[in-house]
Ligand binder design. Structure first.
Ligand code: FAD
Ligand code: FES
Length: 296
């Protein structure tokens, strides 16, 4: 892919729409997603918080919001995990080392509450591609393990070949510092692990509701059942966080495409405290799949 012209003399702190060039360092194809590791030209870190996203542009194809799936504690590069859905995500999946992309961000003021989680037990629930943003948080907590209490992660994928970060999730299963539960909805002949939806292992886990913070990311339909299970465990709404997805355009609170009542998911989120969402929306709106809309 040809190297684009440099945007010299552009003040990126004021002109939010101007992407910065980043080079593809490595790529890895997993059965259901592509993993891309990127670095800025000048070697500076992305300086993101777990839960933030970047707007990725592939020249000639367009731009899409993608969660950063690596931890800021590993600043030499940053990583994305992308499922091919349309033009831009397919173009990202086709990138090869040495290619250039444009990056705006990191964006999102609502991130995972890494400070509030300190000295607390942490329970994370990931469904499908929702593992991408949570993987950055898992790495972050593993890299600062002494700052956090008991650490539990539940991950559900549709089939064994849909499991993201296969090798890494196998290592997490062996990690004594992490209670990791991995389940698939539809097993194949070789699968020897758990079977069932993501809320099945969640039901088995005993938590201390006074001392636990939970965060979940995945398809909206999953949130409803997770919220019900966590509330049954007496975890208050103030300590439950959901990472929401909406159709984004600008990513910075200007265009209104991602609006959920008076919230801009891109700017106020994408991670929200459940209690705050309930104050401003009907519960159903939080987990209703977004209606297809004209994104022009
Ligand atoms: C904060 C945020 C973080 C994201 N992180 C990731 C990530 O880490 N990895 C990843 O693979 N994808 C992620 N996505 C989703 C990704 O941005 C969309 O799939 C994007 O539209 C891909 O662009 P495209 O041009 O390839 O597909 P498009 O042509 O835009 O869309 C392809 C299909 O996906 C549907 N679609 C597009 N966006 C969404 C959405 N937000 N919710 C539901 N359906 C949608 C469209 O209706 C269409 O049917 C994220 C989205 C948001 C808002
Ligand atoms: S995507 Fe434009 S306001 Fe959120």
């Amino acid at each position: 892919m040809a190297e684009p012209a440099k945007n010299q003399a552009v003040d990126r702190t004021r002109i939010f729409y101007v992407p910065e060039r980043a080079r593809v360092m490595t790529t890895r194809q997993e059965p259901s997603a592509t993993f891309v590791e990127l670095g800025f030209e000048d070697g500076r870190p992305l300086n993101h918080h777990p839960g933030q996203f970047v707007q990725v542009s592939v020249f000639g194809y367009g731009e899409a919001p993608i969660s950063v799936c690596s931890s800021p504690t590993r600043p030499e590069s940053f990583a994305l995990c992308v499922q091919s859905m349309g033009n831009v995500s397919r173009a990202i999946a086709d990138l090869t080392p040495g290619d250039w992309v444009g990056i705006r961000g990191p964006y999102g003021r609502g991130c995972f509450p890494i400070d509030r989680m300190k000295n607390k037990d942490v329970l994370l629930i990931a469904g499908g591609i929702g593992m991408a943003p949570l993987r950055g948080l898992i790495q972050f907590i593993c890299d600062n393990r002494d700052d956090y209490g008991r650490f539990m992660v539940v991950y559900g994928a549709k089939t064994p070949s849909d499991i993201l970060f296969r090798e890494e999730t196998e290592q997490w299963t062996e990690n004594p510092d992490l209670d990791f539960y991995r389940t698939v909805d539809e097993p194949d002949d070789e699968w020897e692990g758990r079977t069932g939806v993501v809320t099945e292992p969640l039901k088995e886990i005993d938590i201390d509701p006074e001392n636990t913070i939970a965060a979940a990311c995945g398809p909206p339909v999953m949130f409803r059942f997770i919220a019900m299970d966590l509330l049954k465990k007496k975890l208050p709404e103030e300590r439950i966080y959901f990472s929401l997805e909406r159709r984004f355009k600008c990513g910075i609170g200007k265009c209104g495409h991602c609006q959920l009542n008076d919230l801009y998911v891109c700017q106020d989120g994408p991670v929200f405290r459940y209690a705050d969402l309930l104050k401003r929306t009907e519960a159903g709106e939080v987990w209703a799949p977004e209606k297809d809309q004209d994104t022009a």
